[in-house]
Design a binder for this molecule. Structure first.
Ligand SMILES: [Fe+2]
Length: 488
């Protein structure tokens, strides 16, 4: 019998694996295009010890960094734990010492005050550094070549914020990193830090502002002129945490907000626009300017899609949840502007954009979704049920241009896009797909798809020697970027 709880967060595809391993020259069916050279980094939560809280969630799991290294049609895979102080302390103790998800009041006395970071959400690449992020703490730098943990990252001592988002934005032209942290001043503070690092990774500005309430700010976006902060009414409360409660509770009658400020401006210039009540989102495809109007495209749902973020008197009900790709727009030239909201595309989440489209008017992107016609979803991942299809969407028409499915029992992780060296070529999509053989047995594979023909058979399928645990987010780093980072 497993020492982990028999809950959806720890069984089936979410069963902890906890094995660090390396494999070279994985078996490739088909052919990996020669122009694909680089590393596909993935953040994979995998709790090294059974949790003290039997209702613990996948997002508490110790972060592992998974790397597919691709060169000359050959592919290696490595996966290592991020050596956070939390991981090291629990490893020494051979048991969990920390308590509930994002509630330090439930930690054992011997680790009170220790960094709770698990570095399990997004591998961020900027200025030759690989940062393993999670939004409730600062990032941990990992050597991209050895996967050894370098340590907690604070931009050379310059960063004041105690937290860093897992969803940074990198301008494709300037190479600048735009980032933020919420609860920046500590647990349950309403401080949000907004900072910019130049193309070399030097922190050039950090400003703090107050958010309207204590909400989770998971993602944000930039345009060429603005920084854009959508907020949703999933809130925390210090007294609830002191009483041993959950960090997040969604408020169905709460307002959503859109904060917009010039991206190189002062936080005092932030304008707040009120959005629909009770809605929720974690990921935004992109934002861009159209004249004076700012648009942001949001994977919006009518309520919070995480069952563990609901109030006991308002439990999650998947039968009533609706959603779709939604565009919020505001005219910044109008002093009395109100937020305009319209659905422009299908439901789904974990969207992937071409890096070169970041912050610019764009046409197409890729996004996993759940299609009930393919049968029940595979149980796994942070939400508890997995996506079973991948969409290629045209946002100018709202049309789904192409769909990849594998039938019942398959689970799609977030893809990455690899640009082609040929300007007229749409590039490639890499994604890990998990297959549920039965509740106790799974297998995983990496697929390589033509980015504009994802329903065609994969150009390459890489069979993994052991099943993988569901990832959260990933990042493609080109061979040239990897080479340059060796000279740092
Ligand atoms: Fe995310």
């Amino acid at each position: 019998m497993s020492r982990y709880p028999d809950t959806v967060q720890f069984n089936r595809l979410n069963r902890p694996i906890g094995v660090e391993w390396t494999a070279r020259n994985l078996e490739v069916q088909g052919e990996i295009p020669a122009e694909i050279r680089g590393a596909f980094f993935r953040a994979v939560p995998d709790p090294a010890h059974a949790p003290r809280d039997p209702m613990d969630i996948a997002l508490s799991g110790d972060g592992m960094v998974s790397r597919f290294l691709v060169e000359n049609g050959q592919i290696d895979h490595d996966i290592r734990y991020v050596r956070t102080p939390r991981f090291e302390a629990e490893r020494r103790a051979r048991r969990a010492l920390f308590g509930k998800y994002r509630n330090p009041f439930t930690d054992l006395p011997e680790v009170q005050g220790m960094d709770r970071a698990v570095a399990n959400t997004t591998p961020v690449w900027h200025a030759g550094r690989l940062l393993m992020t999670k939004e409730d703490a600062r990032a941990y730098e990992v050597n991209p070549h050895t996967l050894e943990t370098v340590g907690r990252y604070d931009f050379g001592g310059a960063l004041r914020s105690e937290t860093m988002t897992a969803h940074v934005r990198v301008d494709p032209v300037t190479g600048e990193l735009f980032s933020f942290g919420y609860e920046a001043g500590g647990l349950c503070t309403d401080d949000v830090a907004y900072w910019i690092a130049d193309k070399d990774g030097k922190l050039v500005s950090e400003q703090w502002f107050k958010q309207p309430y204590l909400s989770t700010i998971h993602d944000f976006a930039i345009t060429e002129k603005y920084a854009v902060f959508p907020l949703f009414p999933t809130l925390t409360d210090l007294e609830r945490l002191k009483a041993g409660g959950d960090h997040w509770q969604h408020e169905p009658d709460g307002d959503s907000w859109l904060g917009v400020m010039p991206r190189y401006g002062k936080v005092e210039e932030m304008r707040w626009f009120k959005g629909p009540k009770g809605v929720s989102a974690f990921h935004f495809v992109n934002a861009f300017d159209e004249g004076d109007t700012v648009h942001i495209d949001i994977c919006l749902t009518s309520t919070n899609a995480f069952p563990f973020m609901h109030r006991p008197d308002d439990p999650f009900n998947p039968m009533t949840m609706t959603g779709g790709l939604t565009r919020w727009s505001v005219n910044m030239a109008d002093p009395n502007a109100e937020l305009q909201s319209r659905v422009i595309g299908p439901p789904g989440d974990l969207p992937r954009l071409r890096d070169c489209d970041q912050g610019r008017a764009y046409e197409r992107f890729w996004m996993p979704t759940y299609d009930p016609r393919l049968g029940p979803p595979v149980s796994g991942g942070p939400v508890g049920s997995c996506f079973n299809a991948l969409l290629y969407v045209d946002v100018t028409t709202g049309q789904v241009l192409d769909t990849m499915t594998r039938g019942p029992g398959f689970a799609f992780n977030e893809p990455v896009h690899v640009p082609s060296k040929q300007p007229s070529h749409a590039g490639w999509i890499l994604a890990v797909i998990d297959h549920e053989i039965d509740f106790e047995h799974h297998e995983s594979e990496l697929v390589v798809l033509k980015a504009d023909a994802i329903s065609e058979p994969p150009v390459a399928v890489v069979k993994m020697p052991v099943a993988l645990r569901p990832q959260v987010h990933g990042w493609w780093v080109s061979g040239e970027q990897l080479d340059q980072s060796k000279q740092r």
